[in-house]
Design a protein around this ligand. Structure first.
Ligand code: ADP
Ligand code: MG
Length: 702
C-alpha cells in the first residue's frame, strides 16, 4: 500500500492508513483514472470522502416515458423489440422498445452490434434510465445511462459528482463506494452539546449520507449532513489557527507599559474625544502590549474611522516605555500621508518622528539609519524600506503595519528575526466580513473601529441614469461656482487601459468645455508620475474644482474640501470599490454628495449593489452584503489572499459556521491545550484526516 506523508509530519495513526493509500488501490482505478482524479485534487481515498455530489438525478421508476416532460430523464421498464442495425455507414444503431404505454427507440451512435444484442436482447425485459428526447416527432433514448435487468439496484436519486473529461460518473461512483468501505470508526471531535443542538449526525454517518442523497434537499448546503461536514473542515482550519495563536502567545514578548505622559499630551491637545470604538481598541492594544507576550492584532476600520489616532497612541506607548515604534505603509504616497498625519500628533507629544522610504539615498539615509540605531528617532514611518537589512533599531517595541486595501498580502514576516519580540498591529481600511476575517486572520486577535467619529455629515448617495448627464453637469457647474470641489471617476470598462484612458480624456474635454478652461483637471494611470503629482497638487490646492480620474484615486487621497463624488458607469464597479471611492468625500464640514451614474437597464446584482450603497455607509455592513452578493473568493480574491480552499464548506452560504468553529476551537484548546483528552485525541484525528500539517507540527513540538 503506497503511503504518503506531509513534509515534516510523521506519526499518522494507523487507523487512517487505508484512507491515505494511493488512489489506485481502490477497485476499478488504474493509473489512467488516477491521473484524471488528480486533476480534481483527488490523490487518496480520503479525498473522495470529502468530494461530495454537486447535485443528483431523479431516477424514480415510472410506468412510461409519457410520465415525464420531454426532453427529460426517464427510468422505465421496457420489453425489448426489434434491432435495426444501420444500413449505411454513419447512421445509428436503433432498437425498438415498449414501456407500459408506448413505444420508443434506443439509439446508439457507437458500440458493436454484439454489445447491444447482449445488453438488450430481443423479447427480454430491461430497466432503462436515460434522457428521452423527441427526434423527428419520435421519442428516443440515445445511449441510456443505465441498462439493468429487472430487480437490479438503481438508486432513485443518483448523485452527480464533479467530473473531468474522460472520467465517467460510473467510475467515480465506484471509487467513492470503495473509499466509503475504508472508513474507520472514529471518536467524535465535535462538542456533543453542539451536535445535539444542531441535530448533526456522527462523522461516518454524515459522510455516507452525503454520498447517498435521497433528494435535492440532501445536496443543499443547509442539510445537517453537509453542515456537519463543512463544520469539520472549518473546525480543523480554526484549530490550526488557534494552535498557531496559542504558540505565538507562548513565545516571549516584551512587557510594554507606558506612563501615559506622551499620550496625555496628545489627548489634551485634541479638539475631540476618542470614540467608544477607539477607546475599546486602544484598551485591547495596550493590554496586549503590557502582557509579556507578543501582540498579534488586526485593527479594522473604514476610511475615516480614526485609525491614525489609535496607531499613534500605541506608538507613543512604546516610546513612553523607552522604546521605538515603526509604522509601515504599502506605498510611498501612503507612507508620506501617514507621516504627515502622525507628525502633527508627535509634535504635540514632543516625540521625534521620521520618514524613511526608498527615495532616501546616500548620506541623508545614513544619517537616518544612525538616528534609528541610537534611538534618537522614536517613531519611524515608511515603506518596506523600514525593514531592510541595514536598518537596526535601538529598541523596537511596536510595529504597525498598514495593509490598506490589500488584505491578504501580509507583510508581518518582513519584521524578521531581529525584531521577533516586537508587538505587531496590522491595520486595514477594508472592513472584512467577520467570517472571512476569522478565516484569514483567525490566528490574530481582532479589533474593529465600527463607529464613526461624530460630527461627520453623512454622504447623500443617489443613482442617476446616464440619460440625465446634462442635469449632473449643470449641478456641478453651480457647485463649483460656490467653491465646492468634485471628483469625477471614469470606469475601467474595456479591460484596456488605452481605451479607458481615451474615455477619461474625452470626459475631461467635455467637462472642460462645459465648466470652463482651468476648472477641470485629469489624472489617469498612464500619465507620467510628475504630471499626475502636478494635477493632484492643483486639485489639493483648490486651483482646479473638478478632478477627472480613473480609479487611481481610490487609494489614499485626502482632500477635505472635495464634497462631490461622481462615479460614471457605477454599475461596473464592485461594492467594496464603490464604498472606498465614496469614502473620498464626506471628510470636511460641507454636506457631501455621491452620484452614481449608471447605464440602464441594470442587472439584478448591480441594482442590489447600488441600493445597498444608497442605504448605508457602514463598511462592515457593506462587506457582509458584498460577501452575500459575490461570494468569498471574489471578495478577497482567493488566488492572492491565501484564503484556504475548502472541499465541502461553502463560505458564501455557510459563513456562520466559521464563527462557531473559531469559538469552539479556541475553547477546546483552552481546556485541552495539547489535545490529550478523548475529544482532543479525536480532534487530532480530524487534523490528520484534513491534512492540517501546520497544526500537527505545532502539536508535535509541544
Ligand atoms: P483613518 O486613518 O481610519 O482613515 P483618520 O485617523 O485619518 O481615519 O481620521 C479621519 C479624521 O477623523 C481625521 O481628521 C481625524 O482627526 C478625525 N478623528 C479621529 N478620531 C476622531 C474622534 N474621536 N472624533 C472626531 N474626529 C476624529
Ligand atoms: Mg507585549
Amino acid at each position: 500500500m503506497a503511503l504518503t506523508r506531509g513534509p515534516g509530519v510523521s506519526g499518522r495513526p494507523e487507523r487512517l492508513f487505508p484512507l491515505f493509500a494511493g488512489i489506485e488501490t481502490l477497485p476499478g482505478i488504474g493509473p489512467k483514472t488516477a491521473k484524471l482524479l488528480a486533476n480534481l485534487q483527488i490523490a487518496h481515498p480520503k479525498d473522495l470522502l470529502f468530494t461530495l455530489p454537486t447535485g443528483g438525478i431523479d431516477r424514480t421508476l415510472v410506468g412510461s416515458i409519457r410520465d415525464v416532460a420531454l426532453p427529460g430523464i426517464a427510468t422505465v421498464t421496457v420489453t425489448v423489440g426489434r434491432h435495426m442495425p444501420p444500413t449505411t455507414r454513419g447512421r445509428p444503431y436503433r432498437i425498438e422498445v415498449e414501456d407500459a404505454e408506448t413505444r420508443f427507440q434506443v439509439v446508439y451512435f457507437r458500440g458493436a452490434a454484439e454489445l447491444h444484442e447482449r445488453s438488450l436482447p430481443q423479447g427480454k425485459r430491461r430497466v432503462l434510465s436515460g434522457k428521452v428526447e423527441l427526434y423527428d416527432g419520435l421519442a428516443q433514448m440515445p445511449h441510456p445511462d443505465h441498462v439493468l435487468v429487472e430487480g437490479d439496484n438503481l438508486p432513485a436519486y443518483e448523485p452527480v459528482y464533479p467530473l473531468t473529461s474522460g472520467l465517467t460518473s460510473k467510475v467515480m461512483a465506484r471509487a467513492v463506494a470503495g473509499a466509503l468501505e475504508r472508513m474507520p470508526a472514529l471518536h467524535e471531535w465535535i462538542d456533543p452539546a453542539l451536535m445535539a443542538e444542531r441535530g448533526w449526525p456522527a462523522f461516518d454517518e454524515a459522510v455516507r449520507a452525503a454520498h447517498h442523497p435521497q433528494d435535492a434537499r440532501d445536496v443543499s448546503a443547509t442539510t445537517p449532513t453537509r453542515q456537519r461536514l463543512a463544520y469539520d473542515e472549518l473546525f480543523a482550519h480554526q484549530l490550526t489557527l488557534a494552535l498557531a495563536r496559542a504558540s505565538d502567545r507562548k513565545r516571549r514578548g516584551r512587557t510594554t507599559e507606558g506612563d501615559g505622559r506622551f499620550r496625555r499630551k496628545v489627548l489634551d491637545a485634541l479638539p475631540f474625544r476618542p470614540t467608544g470604538a477607539q477607546q475599546r481598541s486602544l484598551g485591547e492594544i495596550e493590554a496586549d502590549m503590557a502582557a509579556p507576550r507578543r501582540m498579534n492584532r488586526l485593527l479594522q476600520g473604514d476610511v475615516g474611522s480614526g485609525k491614525t489616532l489609535v496607531a499613534m497612541m500605541a506608538l507613543l506607548t512604546a516610546v513612553e516605555a523607552g522604546g521605538q515604534g515603526v509604522l509601515m505603509a504599502p506605498t510611498e504616497i501612503l507612507a508620506r500621508q501617514h507621516a504627515e498625519g502622525l507628525r502633527e500628533l508627535a509634535d504635540q507629544a514632543g516625540v521625534v518622528l521620521e520618514l524613511l522610504t526608498g527615495r532616501d539615498k546616500g548620506r541623508e539615509r545614513q544619517a537616518k539609519l544612525d538616528a534609528i540605531e541610537s534611538g534618537a528617532i522614536q517613531v519611524l514611518v515608511g515603506t518596506h524600506a523600514v525593514f531592510q537589512r541595514d536598518v537596526t533599531f535601538a529598541d523596537l517595541r511596536l510595529a504597525v503595519i498598514d495593509e490598506q486595501h490589500r488584505f491578504g498580502v501580509r507583510q508581518r514576516m518582513l519584521l524578521g528575526e531581529k525584531n521577533a519580540e516586537a508587538d505587531v498591529l496590522v491595520m486595514t481600511a477594508t472592513p472584512i466580513p467577520r467570517s472571512l476575517a476569522l478565516t484569514q486572520y483567525g490566528d490574530m486577535d481582532l479589533s474593529a473601529l465600527d463607529e464613526k467619529p461624530p460630527g461627520r455629515t453623512p454622504v447623500t448617495t443617489s443613482t442617476v441614469p446616464v440619460g440625465r448627464m446634462d442635469d449632473v453637469v449643470a449641478r456641478l457647474r453651480s457647485a463649483v461656482a460656490e467653491g465646492r470641489q468634485a471628483y469625477w471617476v471614469c470606469p475601467l470598462v474595456e479591460e484596456s487601459e488605452i481605451v479607458d484612458t481615451a474615455s477619461a480624456e474625452e470626459r475631461f474635454r467635455s467637462l472642460r468645455t462645459a465648466l470652463g478652461e482651468g476648472v477641470v483637471g485629469l489624472v489617469h494611470g498612464r500619465m507620467p508620475p510628475a504630471e499626475k503629482d502636478a494635477a493632484m497638487a492643483r486639485f489639493v490646492s483648490g486651483e482646479t474644482g473638478v478632478l477627472v480620474a480613473t480609479t487611481v484615486i481610490e487609494v489614499g487621497v485626502n482632500v477635505p474640501n472635495a464634497s462631490i463624488m461622481v462615479i460614471e458607469r457605477a454599475e461596473t464597479f464592485g461594492l467594496a470599490q464603490l464604498h472606498q471611492l465614496r469614502g473620498r468625500v464626506g471628510r470636511g464640514a460641507a454636506a457631501s454628495t455621491c452620484l452614481l451614474l449608471y447605464r440602464a437597464p441594470l442587472g439584478e446584482t448591480a441594482e442590489a449593489r447600488l441600493r445597498i450603497l444608497r442605504e448605508t455607509e457602514d463598511g462592515f455592513r457593506i462587506s457582509e452584503e458584498d460577501l452575500a452578493l459575490r461570494g468569498a473568493g471574489d471578495v478577497i480574491g482567493t488566488a492572492q489572499s491565501g484564503l484556504p480552499r475548502f472541499r465541502v464548506a461553502d463560505l458564501d452560504r455557510q459563513a456562520g459556521l466559521m464563527e462557531l468553529a473559531s469559538r469552539d476551537a479556541r475553547a477546546l484548546l483552552a481546556s485541552d491545550p495539547k489535545l490529550e483528552t478523548q475529544r482532543g485525541q479525536a480532534a487530532r484525528m480530524l487534523l490528520w484526516l484534513t491534512e492540517q500539517d501546520r497544526a500537527l507540527r505545532l502539536l508535535s513540538v509541544g
